[in-house]
Design a protein around this ligand. Sequence first.
Ligand SMILES: [Zn+2]
Length: 254
Amino acid sequence: MIYITNELIYNRQLLPNFMKDINFVLMPILNPDGYTYSQEKDRLWRKNRVKTSKKECIGIDLNRNWNYDWNNTNSDKDCCSDSYRGSAPNSELEIKAIIQYFKKNLTRIKGYITFHSYGQIIMYPWGYTKENLKDYNELHDIATSMSLKIFEKTSNIYTKGSASSTMYQASGTSIDWMRGKANIKYVFALELRDGGENGFELSTSEIIPTGQEAFCAISVLAKHIVLKYQSGSTFCRPVYSILYTILFIIYTYT
Ligand SMILES: [Zn+2]
């Protein structure tokens, strides 16, 4: 996320024009207390740090709490589980905050990318079902372009497909909510490096190339969206589409 922020702000003059026509909204840390805990106590902590009905079991999996097919596949009702879905859909403050933002800006938001680790996979909805999206081809083509652009940049291979086909079926995830409830067309989740050698504990030498790969994916999506929303225009002068690509990093998600 720091790499992406740096490129967007301090290297702005190097960006292609289509990137300059876009508003990017970055959310660097989705899970603040979980993040702190991962630094201080448990390096691989995944959930947030909210209290549950059992004193000894803390935290809700923020990628199982979304109100879309909540409480179904691969989301645990056991509060001690690492994939505990919470006692109600959208119960968590972190998710409420994002939803509030999305509801306010719905007409302006054209795309959503969430960054996870690890696995080197470019995914799109659905997560909850193996069924394909109706516009599956368009999203799959974008994923293919992302994968090619990444390969050009770092020679690293990313596979692509729906979340349910490339990872596993899971319900209550952010990408399904973004597509299914917020109706955002261009929704992606990227599992970044590595391919499994060090897993969540990525070696420091891989941080910069991982940032470059994430940035490749953002550029591909940005270009696609600008072309899509500008070409449909009947105005004589260019109409700049306003894109909010919301970038989350949820660093311990699998
Ligand atoms: Zn993930």
